[in-house]
Design a protein around this ligand. Structure first.
Ligand SMILES: *[C@@H]1O[C@H](CO)[C@@H](O)[C@H](O)[C@H]1NC(C)=O
Ligand SMILES: *[C@@H]1O[C@H](CO)[C@@H](O)[C@H](O)[C@H]1NC(C)=O
Ligand SMILES: *[C@@H]1O[C@H](CO)[C@@H](O)[C@H](O)[C@H]1NC(C)=O
Ligand SMILES: *[C@@H]1O[C@H](CO)[C@@H](O)[C@H](O)[C@H]1NC(C)=O
Length: 255
């Protein structure tokens, strides 16, 4: 094989691996709370029941459910949300996985958030419903964009468009695509948890958009996350397009 072909294949497989890894692993988790619950405590029982309830109810409630169990000081509040483009079967899988994983990832935590590719699960010993959670973290795709100025502008425009649409969508979700440097298409998605009202959703997304420059504006992909909303962009389409979103014309093909 000629050396440049080998280099190209290596590059393509690395690119593929990076993307596969990003799609498969849990996006992240945070374990919170100043004290731990102990094993066999009332709090643990309530939490287990709550997670089971979310597992059963999120997929059948259209991809979102929030609930509370028990009484103070052992009361637990929780919610589960699937991304707006995700089908019920995938939602079921993601929520079952993350309700088990959150206990493994955050043993003893009275409060935790776990994000997966297509869903989020969150619980706490205090009532967080209807409160905007702030920035919790970012994850980036390490590939650099080829035209930073054009990309920043196009990404900012797309994210602002999506975050003004999502709050007024019943699923509090929006996805779309844009072109930078007159040629390269990229894709974006925003989502809020539906315990928020529309203005809160907008505030939540705006907070995350402000983090793009410090996280990943010059990268081909990134995710920024809070306990009540998230945004993501990639150079490949990672969501199922919604039929209501107008798609701009495809860029000219180079092949
Ligand atoms: C809670 O338990 C975890 C796991 O055992 C431990 O790493 C952590 O330090 C504990 N946190 C507190 C606040 O005690
Ligand atoms: C959660 O699921 C329960 C049981 O199906 C339902 O009664 C409740 O309305 C749902 N809550 C939300 C916020 O969807
Ligand atoms: C959840 O998904 C992760 C990543 O795909 C996997 O490693 C893990 O075994 C799954 N956990 C469960 C409980 O299915
Ligand atoms: C991306 O750009 C940064 C800064 O110019 C550079 O340090 C880094 O090596 C580049 N990364 C890749 C994967 O090309």
């Amino acid at each position: 094989m000629n050396p440049s072909l080998v280099t190209l294949l290596l590059f393509l497989s690395l690119k593929f691996l990076a993307r596969a890894a990003m799609a498969a692993i849990p996006t992240g988790n945070v374990c919170l709370g100043t004290t731990n619950y102990t094993s066999n405590s009332q709090y643990e029982q309530n939490l287990n029941q709550l997670l089971q309830s979310l597992q059963a109810n999120v997929p059948v409630s259209g991809g979102f459910n929030s609930t509370t169990l028990g009484t103070s000081p052992d009361q637990v509040f929780g919610l589960g949300l699937c991304r707006g483009d995700v089908k019920t079967t995938e939602c079921t899988k993601c929520i079952s996985n993350s309700t088990s994983e959150i206990l493994r990832l955050c043993p003893g935590s009275k409060e935790a958030i776990a994000w997966y590719d297509t869903c989020i699960v969150r619980y706490s010993d205090s009532n967080f419903f209807g409160t905007v959670d702030g920035y919790r973290g970012g994850l980036l795709n390490t590939q650099n964009v080829s035209d930073v100025t054009s990309f920043r502008e196009a990404l900012g425009t797309l994210m602002r468009d999506l975050s003004s649409t999502a709050p007024y969508n019943p699923l509090m979700y929006a996805s779309g695509q844009a072109v930078y440097a007159d040629f390269f298409t990229f894709y974006g998605l925003v989502q809020c948890t539906r315990d928020l009202d529309a203005p809160q959703c907008e505030v939540c997304l705006e907070n995350l958009i402000q983090k793009i420059p410090s996280c990943c504006s010059d990268k081909l992909g990134g995710q920024i996350i809070s306990g009540s909303c998230f945004l993501r962009f990639e150079d490949s389409r990672f969501f199922t397009p919604s039929t209501t979103t107008a798609q701009p014309p495809s860029p000219p093909s180079s092949s």
